[in-house]
Ligand binder design. Structure first.
Ligand code: TXA
Ligand code: MG
Length: 335
């Protein structure tokens, strides 16, 4: 059965759909909703049975904890200790695409934290998300609203195609603006550690807060979610540095493969005839737009019958480039 989809104005969310969605959350159901990064699959974050439904709907491994979403920074105090560093970051970057991992007060169910003594918290900036969170007035646990391992959804259609009636309601607020998930920072200690690059640039965090962000804390500091293959389209994705492989793959046994190309410039390498297929080439004019359109493009290529996706490596790691490189690398991983 197709899921129920209610349109909502992303800038001036109507009270009707917001109230209905909040009611479903409060009664233990699942609601997919837009955030500025990607669509989230929300459940009451203090209700263990509701949170458990998220894992079932997504096919998500139980040891991958969820982010709790809030309508205001003050509300975080009830579930987590907020060290001065974290408070400063909230002042500077909330609402927005920055998630902070904080010491848990132990009131959050282990279905949400996967049994860790920390909890991830975020206040999104999307008006419809904020309206829903304010109306529900509880922390809302929400991973990206895709099936586990699939590209994150940047519109309601992608949510519906992955989750079907596994979700009670989808609030359709159109396309999301950032297109990749939030930056996740471990703020449990003195030293901030980057757990996942995302919509909030590390350079900006450092410049505006005056704090240093450790880029890799080693295995002990890895976000549980980064252990898994992610963002993978059903069609194999190769990075353009593997040009030779692409060219060889282009014509196995004389058959021309339909190769899709995504990036900021037309391919310089010869990809065989297949790459010229109309509709299988998507170019962006900036790294921001590449990030915004990446996940949607991967799904478009699947629908248009691409055999292989070649993706241009973003020219710089600065700004959104770090998250973009991370998602492309993961999308290209075999396991
Ligand atoms: O932009 C976003 O963050 C979106 C929207 C919906 O808010 N949500 C999202 O959630 O991307 P999800 O579940 O797909 O990714 C959450 C990441 C995972 O890598 C998870 O392992 C990590 O945050 N995480 C959650 N709690 C954690 C914790 N206590 N310690 C370390 N990592 C944690
Ligand atoms: Mg996800």
């Amino acid at each position: 059965m197709p899921p129920r989809i209610l349109p909502v104005d992303p800038w001036n969310p109507q009270p009707g759909p917001i109230a209905e969605a909040a009611e479903i959350l409060l009664s233990g159901g699942l609601v997919a909703f837009p955030t500025e990064t990607v669509y989230g699959l929300g459940a009451h974050g203090l209700d263990p049975r509701a949170a458990a439904k998220i894992f079932a709907a997504k096919g998500r491994p139980a040891d991958n904890p969820l982010i709790l979403h809030f309508a205001a920074p003050e509300a975080v105090d009830e579930v987590a200790l907020v060290p001065p560093n974290a408070e400063r970051l909230m002042e500077l970057f909330w609402p927005g695409p920055l998630t902070l991992v904080l010491p848990s007060r132990g009131v959050v169910p282990l279905e949400v934290t996967s049994g860790l003594d920390s909890v991830a918290v975020r206040m999104p900036s999307h008006p419809a998300a904020l309206a829903l969170l304010a109306r529900a007035n509880v922390p809302v646990a929400a991973p990206s609203a895709n099936s586990s391992g699939r590209p994150s959804p940047t519109d309601a259609a992608a949510v519906a195609s992955d989750l079907g009636d596994g979700v009670d309601l989808i609030l359709d607020g159109g396309e999301t603006s950032v297109g990749v998930e939030s930056t996740v920072l471990d703020a449990t200690g003195e030293q901030l550690v980057l757990l996942r690059p995302g919509g909030c640039a590390v350079e900006e965090i450092e410049a505006r807060s005056g704090m240093k962000v450790l880029l890799s804390g080693g295995a002990a500091h890895r976000s549980p979610g980064t252990r898994y293959r992610h963002y993978a389209p059903r069609v194999p994705l190769l990075l353009d540095t593997d040009a030779e492989k692409i060219a060889r793959a282009a014509e196995p046994n004389g058959r021309t493969l339909r190769i899709a190309w995504i990036g900021m410039h037309a391919p310089e390498i010869s990809l065989g005839e297949g790459v010229a297929h109309p509709g299988l080439r998507i170019l962006f004019d900036s790294p921001e737009n590449y990030a915004r359109g990446l996940f949607h493009a991967l799904r478009v290529f699947e629908e248009r019958g691409a055999d292989l996706i070649a993706a241009q490596w973003p020219p710089s790691e600065a700004g959104i480039g770090r998250a973009l490189r991370d998602r492309l690398t993961r999308a290209s991983m075999k396991e």
